[in-house]
Design a protein around this ligand. Structure first.
Ligand code: HEC
Ligand code: HEC
Length: 311
């Protein structure tokens, strides 16, 4: 048995000895940020000039009104190229301990460089983007007001990351419950109880109800048949090349999960009910009854927060 598996057993044991609420935190209602940088960052986030052929912006795949996702199984990049992996939301991503499904970027600043040069996403280069934006006088002015060295790639991603920090979704029903302002309905409360007692909480906890550790998909039973496994299914292994990291992913945040279908790194699961059923089986070795799944899904709906977005 691997040491990681033993760790999980230990987590499950510890979790069962806690009451549960202590493992979560509500999102703050406001977040400290540099307003000038965030405003510039938003403009960049929406700007198609960051892509090689000026057809795609960050928001193409991370729609701000649509809870930060495109709702597709896998995203389409420039020239209609189809990606191999599902686009996670950009909301609350500041609270994830690393970025991307396989955790290859350590923070939002580092992350934002990825899509710009990814050949099947925006397919540009840092030089091209800097050159294009430097021809725009309003950008020149805005950058110079904030940064002593004006328009550079580091400053571009710094502003984008500052904007992304502001993308929080506070005041979900669950957060209000954690703040003791309201109670959950009977079914939601039962769903929360099941979420804890069945062991979901071992991996999905903390302020983002996930986003704070790597775990394997398919601990009890393979998620995919060997012949169907593709490179992107290997997760963390693609970063570390360590055999024991195969099929490990950043545990995703469950905030706004009712709004961000389809599910899992490959976008293969269409509904939340199916995702919960699969999780119970592959991660915990359990078969849940239909009404247990329904209740957990009711609970998951309480994780939908407010977006304050008027593009
Ligand atoms: C063509 C679609 C597409 C575009 C354009 C795009 N992204 Fe993404 N984004 C994705 C996909 C797909 C992933 C997951 C990739 C992975 O994990 O390997 C991702 C991951 C992310 C993540 C990580 C979230 C998490 O929880 O791990 C952030 C943050 C993000 N993108 C922000 C941006 C920003 C900022 C831009 C613009 C500079 C951008 N994206 C452009 C599709 C896109
Ligand atoms: C051992 C750790 C672990 C446990 C226990 C666990 N999960 Fe997960 N969960 C993960 C990982 C890892 C993923 C990402 C899997 C992937 O994309 O391939 C995930 C993904 C999900 C997703 C899809 C998220 C998305 O954005 O696509 C949902 C919903 C979910 N889990 C709910 C649950 C529920 C409900 C339970 C309890 C029945 C549970 N999980 C138990 C680790 C766990």
């Amino acid at each position: 048995m691997s040491s990681k598996f033993l760790k999980l057993v230990l987590i499950l044991f510890l979790v069962n000895s806690l009451s549960g609420e202590d493992l979560f935190l509500p999102l703050p209602q406001n977040i400290k940020h540099n307003t000038k940088k965030a405003k510039l960052g938003k403009k960049l986030f929406l700007d198609v000039r960051l892509s090689g052929d000026e057809t795609i912006s960050c928001a193409t795949c991370h729609s701000l009104q649509n809870y930060g996702v495109d709702g597709l199984k896998t995203s389409f990049g420039i020239r209609g190229q189809k990606g191999s992996i599902n686009a996670p939301t950009v909301y609350n991503s500041e609270y994830n301990f690393v970025q991307f499904w396989d955790g290859r970027a350590k923070n939002l600043h580092e992350q934002a460089k990825g899509p710009i040069v990814n050949p099947i996403e925006m397919d540009s280069s840092f030089e091209k983007v800097v050159l294009k934006l430097s021809k725009d006088n309003s950008y020149k002015k805005e950058f110079n007001e904030i940064y002593s060295d004006g328009i550079t790639i580091e400053n571009i991603v710094n502003a984008i990351a500052e904007f992304e920090k502001t993308l929080i979704t506070p005041n979900s029903k669950f957060d209000k419950f954690l703040r003791k302002e309201i109670t959950l309905s009977k079914e939601e409360a039962e769903g929360f109880k099941l979420f804890k007692s069945k062991g979901c909480i071992a991996c999905h906890n903390g302020i983002n109800i996930g986003g704070n550790l790597f775990q394997k998909i398919g601990i009890f039973g393979k998620f995919k048949k060997d012949e169907n496994v593709q490179t992107h299914d290997l997760g963390r292994f693609n970063v570390t090349k360590k055999e024991y990291d195969k099929f490990y992913f950043k545990v995703p945040s469950l905030r706004n999960i009712a709004k961000t279908a389809p599910y899992f790194h490959d976008g293969s699961i269409k509904t939340l009910n199916e995702a919960v059923k699969k999780m119970a089986y592959h991660q915990l070795g359990r078969f849940l009854k239909k009404d247990e799944i329904d209740k957990i899904v009711k609970f998951l709906h309480t994780l939908t927060g407010e977006i304050n977005e008027t593009e």
